[in-house]
Design a protein around this ligand. Sequence first.
Ligand code: 1PZ
Length: 215
Amino acid sequence: SVGVDNQKFCLQEVLDTFKLCLSENKEVYLEHYVAGWRGLVKFLNSLGSVFGFISKDAVNKIQILVTFLNGENGSQYVTVQSMVKYELDNQLVDLTKRGSYPESGCRTLLRLHRALRWLELFLERLRTSTEDSKTSAMCSESYNESLAQHHPWAIRKASGLAFCMLPGRPAFFEVMNVGPPEQVVAMLGEALPLISEVYQITEDLYAQHNLLDLP
Ligand code: 1PZ
């Protein structure tokens, strides 16, 4: 029910979407990957408008991928594996500098993939946090260990300011709408291995094809 607006938001449903991402032979379904991100963006929006510049970029990237999925070559975009093969075989990716394909599926998904690493680190910190832990600190530590390495100074600065506006841990757990803190912790403990697996499979695929630094 991700994306159904007349229903109360629940982060568990969003994280469950990542369960659907993996096929039997461990390929990543783009449709569910994108649905997972849609749900996360919805969650981000519910935290306040200061995160608008972040969700705007995520929405833009989601939209690029959805357009490929629904386009005439949509059948090539069913999984991340088939997308990579199709775009590389047909030279649809700018490999070293921006050129004719500034919005390839491969480079667009790579941005979300890097953000998924941030999510993994952040949720793990959240899971093991205590009542007096600061969400802003957990968020910026996770960011510095992941996405920040790919962002220029201005974006790092803006992100740092936005993190300061995050609600405290109790309010943050409330917005997740999962239940009491123990239940949040249990839910995260279940969701995280799946998110890690989706991340690792994508990471290995991109590494194997030398795509981890796409412009
Ligand atoms: C709960 C707090 C949310 C914190 C989210 C942490 C991520 C901060 C990311 C800041 C992104 C700033 C806006 C745009 C950045 C783009 O330049 C880059 C690179 O794309 P390019 O310019 O090469 O096209 N975009 C990204 O790195 C993708 C960022 C997606 C972030 C999605 C966050 C979803 C958060 C879910 C919250 C549970």
